[in-house]
Design a protein around this ligand. Sequence first.
Ligand code: 0X9
Ligand code: ZN
Length: 406
Amino acid sequence: MVKFSIRFVCIVWLSLFTMSAFAKDRIETYSVFTVNCSGPKQVQILSDANVILMGEDVLIGENQVAVRFGEELSVAAIPLPSKFLRIYRTSISEGVSDGGPNYRTEWLNLDQINAEWETLRATYPWLVSRKSIGTSHEGRTIWAYRVFRPELRDVLTPPKSVLILGNTHAREWMSPSVVLHLGIKLTELLATTDDLLTDQLVDSVGTYFVPVMNPDGYFRSWNGERFWRKNRRNNGGGVFGVDLNRNYEKAWGGAGSSGTTSSDTYRGPSPASEPELQAVRNYALTLRNLIAFVDYHSYAGDILYPWSYTTAPAPPAAVTMFQSVGAPIRSAIIAAGGPTYTLGQGSVVLYLAAGSSKDWFYDRFNVPSYTIEIFGTQFDPPATTITPTQDHSWAGFKAFLDAAIP
Ligand code: 0X9
Ligand code: ZN
């Protein structure tokens, strides 16, 4: 029989205690299955099913889906052939490192993201201002930040506006992480340099950021369901969420959106029904002379332009406009040592998605309008990818501003 000395037991107990006190990682466990779709009808069935899609969309052929460990019966309930593949674990850090989080190397929760933006505003109050633009279903404030350096005292409202959206989709943590970096770098650029781009921006362009459009969803993704995508509308019957990228008025209800409340692409009860979307939409309508729009998502490595609701192309002049601003983004990212993004029409490069942001913004304002699917291979990439992704995204963003400012 093995005997442990009291001392040994105490050391083990103490070190376990210490580990649990400081290494605050929470693990979520999922079962991953492959589900086979033999045709478009089966694709629709799987799109409407209450499972997590591990890929970007449902395809004809094999699809990987995940369910919370213990909820495997919901896969069995789908009338499609499925096979268990593996167990998947993702960890959510709940600890705050000494001296606060480092947004360059760590994922930030909602409060931490808000705090970083507030620090930026407190550091550069003459460049950064903040506005509450609405309230989410669960009562969280949706914030917008303006980065603008008026050179003349009487320029109170920027003559031109650019709008940048983060975290439409809750689980796409790289989006608010990149958008924060863009806000910080742009502010620092305006604060410290006088290069050509700065000259163009000064006095003329206000860059408006909505860092987290979907605060309820982001909170949910941090607290219980890492792969939560939608907002947190209560659809009844214990079913939650509208896909904020299927709820815009333009072509609402069309292909690539679902009328099933439990679907991850549920379009909502009516066009622009969601408070988070109304906040962004109404705010955009108040901006003076909007000249460009980007909605940052992850993951892929795509610069996508309208249309999303149809595979028919936008008018030739519009496609020329989308290409002339999109191509420099792509080249700048490559020049910065980043990956090669695919530039093209959303519905062609990816899939049909009626009711998405870029279609509404282009339709309403006739400006360059994009979904940027930030490069990556998963919704929960390792934190080591944060810095390089932010860096190449900043290179692309500078090129975007340069090309978008007339
Ligand atoms: O499905 C979406 O809303 C976007 N992909 S994501 O994985 N971030 O959810 C893509 C929308 C881009 N537009 C088109 N595919 N047309
Ligand atoms: Zn997305």
